[in-house]
Ligand binder design. Structure first.
Ligand code: GLU
Length: 305
């Protein structure tokens, strides 16, 4: 039988990890370790990077007992890999230049036809003279995928069969940097990642990514999109919700072990460390609903047992 691949966690270093991120990281780690996989860490730093955030994220992951194999990989250092994939798609006639501004795309994407947020293909059929004219105007061109399907189906451990829209996703942004959807597909394959566990806000992007992997002849990983942590208003946890990071919790006198306990409890486990969680972890018994976290209520409770 083939060697099992790896699971991964891939944070964007745009700020400190909050409890929702740490919970997803613990889950991704537990999914991987409980299935005999390696676990790798990748820093998705093609977008906004906050100085110092990467190191704090790594420290916080280690503090809650998430360990990883091999060196930490950074997307900013992998441009040749992305370019090689783009070249293959281009050689197959599957890319085109797009000169639309962000505003034009937003306007077109909210048009009443077509799937929500999908690029309607404005630049798909430009003629070569039109392209030359637009280039000469100095419009920076993004490179898009010439998708040959409009939908694709993936299988998800928590959501079952999930069918979603595929559009002409950006492969290389106008600033020359590889786009997230391409980079994630290329990296997961290059890192031998065959299990992707991440927040369910990314489920809608998954059909695009799986389709892209298929076009590139890369294996499609197993997916598990886990529920997010929300604030009492039902919105994604954010800094303004109060004490949401490990640093915040430590400042209030909680140990990382206590934070792990709270995260484990939210998943239905009694565990004071990541290894205790792993020993009990059963991926078939996961909550399907978001964890509503009232940070203030929880802190009050933890201070007044
Ligand atoms: N870097 C992405 C994020 O932090 C996650 C990408 C992924 O897991 O595919 O939202």
């Amino acid at each position: 039988m083939a060697e099992p691949g790896a699971g991964r966690y891939a944070p964007s270093p745009s700020g400190d990890l909050h409890l929702g991120n740490l919970r997803t990281a613990l889950l991704a780690w537990a999914f991987a370790r409980s299935s005999g996989r390696r676990f790798v860490l990748r820093i998705d730093d093609l977008d906004r990077v906050r100085p110092g955030a990467e190191q704090r994220q790594l420290d916080d992951l280690a503090a809650v007992g998430v360990d990883w194999d091999g060196p930490v990989v950074r997307q900013s250092e992998r441009r040749p890999l992305y370019e090689a994939a783009i070249e293959r798609l281009t050689a197959a006639g599957l890319t085109y230049e797009c000169f639309c501004t962000r505003r034009e795309v937003q306007k077109a994407a909210t048009a009443p036809h077509g799937p929500m947020g999908a690029y309607p293909g404005t630049c798909r059929e430009l003629t070569e003279p039109e392209r030359i004219r637009l280039r000469a105007e100095g419009r920076p061109a993004a490179l898009r995928l010439r998708a040959t399907v409009t939908e694709f189906e993936v299988h998800d451990a928590l959501h079952g069969c999930y069918r979603g829209p595929v559009d002409d996703v950006v492969l290389r942004r106008g600033d020359g940097v590889a786009a997230y959807n391409l980079a994630v597909v290329v990296d997961d394959a290059a890192q031998d990642v065959d299990q992707v566990v991440r927040g369910d806000d990314l489920l809608p992007s998954t059909p695009r990514q799986a389709y892209l992997a298929t076009l590139l002849g890369l294996p499609v990983p197993h997916y598990a999109h886990v529920p997010l942590v929300l604030n009492p208003a039902g919105r994604r946890l954010a800094k303004r919700d109060g004490a949401v990071t490990l640093t915040d919790w430590r400042a209030l006198g909680n140990t990382p072990g206590e934070v792990v306990s709270a995260l484990a409890a939210s998943l239905g486990y009694i565990a004071t460390s990541s290894s205790e969680l792993l020993a009990r972890f059963d991926p078939r018994r996961l909550p399907r609903e978001p964890w509503i976290l009232d940070v203030n209520g929880l802190l009050q409770h933890s201070r007044c047992p």
